[in-house]
Design a protein around this ligand. Structure first.
Ligand SMILES: [Cu+2]
Length: 343
């Protein structure tokens, strides 16, 4: 056993001991004291990851793929429709802290990666992604829409009012119909995922290849991040157990599909409706359905549709698609929001 493991284990034992302390001292209002962990005593979720796959598409949300909006997927990616099609970005890093009911300032996420591909907006002279260049993404806000969105879709039902775009302990995807869940022949295109934390908001992406000459390549870009595990979907719907069947993972999406602009593959200009038709794809059952539950049986008169189209159309900014999958991730709850980049 390594030293690190011993430290993790003893930290776990310490938190178990602290948990027991809260239970034993909380006799006058025990339930509240116990349920205060971790949301009140430890309101922050911190996460860190190193090494990612730079992905060509999101399942059938096919952006770089054969019928997608970029033409060059087969130059770099071996395929265009699955997580295995990604190209390793070994120096990629993610570090962040989320606060469920916090304002924009208490949520911070940083992502660094090296791009394996070159592309740019037809309106700009310099590509906003250049193969071999290093980029840093910084979260700016946790709002669902941006003032530049021609079609500001409704905030989805699974995001609590007042939480901005952040949710901790959130199950999504798979057959749940939350966020996106396109089911073909009984198989969901994205597996059921238990988020320790998820967020929607906007970021700025800078070219940081030369530390003395960092510059913004895309701003106010729609951002979606998920940190957690793929869980066993059958077990979840059989007995509501959340059984991880993957290591801890972080997914990072930064997407801008501007309407009214000719896109690099000669596609477009897209209407604002068409620009939103990839995320989730038009016809995705998630856009009209809800988790597979008989709501009447549990006394809920009217279920809500949980998912709305992601607001990925900012015509002011260049076309952009970054999807990174981090598979070496650690996360934990904390009483403070201090974070440092992983070394
Ligand atoms: Cu998601």
């Amino acid at each position: 056993m390594t030293n690190k493991k011993i430290i993790v284990l003893s930290t776990m034992m310490l938190s178990v001991a602290l948990g027991a302390l809260f239970i034993s001292t909380g006799f006058d209002n025990g339930l509240q004291t116990v349920s205060a962990e971790p949301t009140e005593k430890k309101p922050y979720l911190k996460f860190f990851g190193k090494g990612a796959l730079y992905e060509p598409s999101v399942g059938i949300v096919n952006v770089f793929g054969p019928d997608g909006i970029f033409p060059f997927f087969d130059d770099v990616f071996s395929c265009g429709n699955a997580v295995e099609c990604g190209v390793p970005s070994d120096d990629a890093k993610i570090w962040g802290v989320l606060n469920n009911m916090g304002d924009d300032d208490s949520n911070m996420v940083y992502v660094e990666y090296t791009s394996p591909i070159t592309y740019g907006d037809t309106r700009e002279e310099v590509p906003n992604q250049t193969a071999g260049h290093k980029y840093r993404m910084e979260l700016k806000d946790t709002k669902w829409t941006h003032p530049s969105n021609p079609i500001p879709t409704a905030t989805p039902g699974f995001l609590l009012e007042g939480s901005n775009g952040v949710a901790l302990d959130q199950v999504m995807h798979g057959h749940s119909g939350i966020d996106t869940g396109h089911v073909i022949d009984g198989d969901a295109n994205v597996p059921l995922f238990k988020n320790k934390g998820t967020l929607y908001g906007h970021s700025v992406i800078k070219d940081v290849t030369d530390p003395n000459n960092e510059f913004v390549v895309v701003d106010d870009i729609f951002t979606h991040i998920m940190v957690g595990n793929v869980i066993d979907e059958k077990a979840y719907f059989q007995n509501l157990q959340e059984i991880p069947i993957s290591p801890e993972i972080a997914f990072v999406f930064a997407i801008n599909i501007p309407s009214g602009v000719e896109l690099p593959g000669g596609i477009g200009p897209l209407s604002p409706e068409a620009a939103l038709s990839f995320t989730p794809p038009t016809g995705d059952p998630a856009l009209g359905e809800h988790p597979p539950i008989n709501y009447e049986d549990i006394g809920v008169g009217k279920s809500i549709t949980h998912t709305t189209s992601w607001t990925v159309d900012n015509p002011e900014e260049p076309v952009h698609f970054t999807f990174l999958v981090f598979t070496d991730v650690r996360s934990f709850y904390s009483p403070n929001d201090n974070i440092r980049a992983p070394q």
